[in-house]
Design a protein around this ligand. Structure first.
Ligand SMILES: Cc1cc2nc3c(=O)[nH]c(=O)nc-3n(C[C@H](O)[C@H](O)[C@H](O)COP(=O)(O)OP(=O)(O)OC[C@H]3O[C@@H](n4cnc5c(N)ncnc54)[C@H](O)[C@@H]3O)c2cc1C
Length: 328
């Protein structure tokens, strides 16, 4: 049985990034992916902010397909609120190329990639984790000090180690002209616990997703960086207890926990609005002054940054919140 320092299950963007960061420190890392081709099937609209390339130093060549400067929001009665301005807010990316690039960076860092390999069992022994995985014609066994569950919304690792489920599973449909993928899920509402002895969850497996947009690439990669740092510290200290690994949970929740929690609240407010409320609020926002505020403070990765400036300008928007409280 091959022995690793860290076994990462799932070669989505988050798993590839974690594996890469740990391997750069000369640790032995296995990256296990059930699909044969990294990045396929596509289950993503591919909208990310320029911040993703800058923060995580990912080369954008052959990945960016379009630049997005604004959006038109249509109210139920047909009003259109145009927001955006001059700032580049997002890129539309080729998600397959993006994942493939991250996988190739991981392999260049020394990661052993097992594609076409599905993890079917995960067990904790006294000092190690043992994974059984199925390939097309045979079964393999891997062992390691830490297993990172970067295995997406339905996370096998989360279930195998009884870690809490996301609060909500949103159905998403990714459609291309000749193909429609009807089995996509977006996990929302990050659980209170994302580690246990020898085990860490990250990315969609830990529901590190913005509840207002369903975007999880930036938040997942941000958490992946903390995951890699804490795993490296654990390997240096040779301590893989829940207590040691809980530093990861603390770090990622300190960084984005509040933003994700606020996002859940905004989402609840919006999902309770009737069409007539939407019409009224879009009318309220549709003037030069508020559009200017939206354009200046609107932040796809940090939607909460817009709330205070907007409410300061239009205190009547606070009614949204009291409206929601009445609905509960
Ligand atoms: C319809 C839709 C549109 C979206 N649009 C956007 C967007 O525009 N912008 C944005 O930021 N986010 C978007 N998202 C969310 C984004 O796709 C995810 O947040 C992101 O992919 C999370 O990355 P990940 O690496 O954590 O998980 P994933 O990308 O889900 O990767 C998990 C990997 O684990 C593998 N795996 C699972 N189980 C096993 C197993 N037992 N053994 C081996 N391998 C396994 C899977 O095959 C998969 O490759 C969208 C999601 C959906 C569904």
């Amino acid at each position: 049985m091959e022995q690793y320092d860290v076994m990462v299950v799932g070669a989505g963007p988050v798993g590839c990034f974690v594996a890469s960061e740990i391997a750069k420190e000369q640790y032995k890392v296995a990256l296990i992916e059930e699909h044969t081709h990294i990045g396929l099937p596509v289950q993503c609209a591919g909208l990310i902010t320029p911040r993703v390339f800058e923060t995580f130093k990912i080369p954008s060549q052959n990945i960016v397909q379009n630049e997005i400067y604004g959006a038109n929001i249509h109210s139920p009665s047909g009003d259109v609120l145009g927001v955006g301005g001059d700032k580049l807010h997002a890129f539309a990316i080729d998600r397959t190329q993006f994942d493939a690039k991250l996988a190739s960076l991981a392999m260049n860092a020394g990661v052993s990639l097992f594609s076409g390999t599905r993890v079917i069992s995960a067990k904790k022994t006294d000092h190690t984790i043992v994974l059984d995985a199925k390939q097309s014609n045979n079964q393999i066994q891997l062992a390691g000090n830490i297993v990172v569950g970067a295995d997406g919304p339905h996370s096998f690792i989360r279930k195998a180690f009884n870690l809490p489920e996301p609060k909500e599973m949103l159905k998403g449909i990714g459609a291309e002209i000749t193909d429609a993928n009807l089995d996509s899920r977006i996990p929302l509402g990050a659980p209170k616990k994302t580690v246990s002895d020898h085990v860490i969850l990250v990315g969609d497996a830990a529901a590190q997703v913005k509840p207002t947009s369903g975007g999880g690439i930036y938040t997942g990669l941000l958490s992946a960086r903390f995951c890699a740092r804490v795993a490296i510290e654990a390997l240096q200290q040779k301590s893989f207890t829940e207590k040691t690994l809980s530093q990861y949970h603390k770090k990622w929740t300190d960084e984005i926990g509040k933003e994700l929690q606020l996002g859940m609240r905004f989402r609840k407010i919006f999902t309770h609005l009737q069409d007539k409320d939407m019409d009224a609020y879009i009318k309220k926002l549709n003037n030069e002054e508020t559009i200017e505020i939206i354009n200046s403070y609107g932040e796809i990765d940090y939607p909460s940054h817009l709330v205070m400036p907007l409410v300061k300008k239009k205190p009547s928007l606070l009614k949204l919140i009291s409206h929601y409280r009445k609905q509960r």
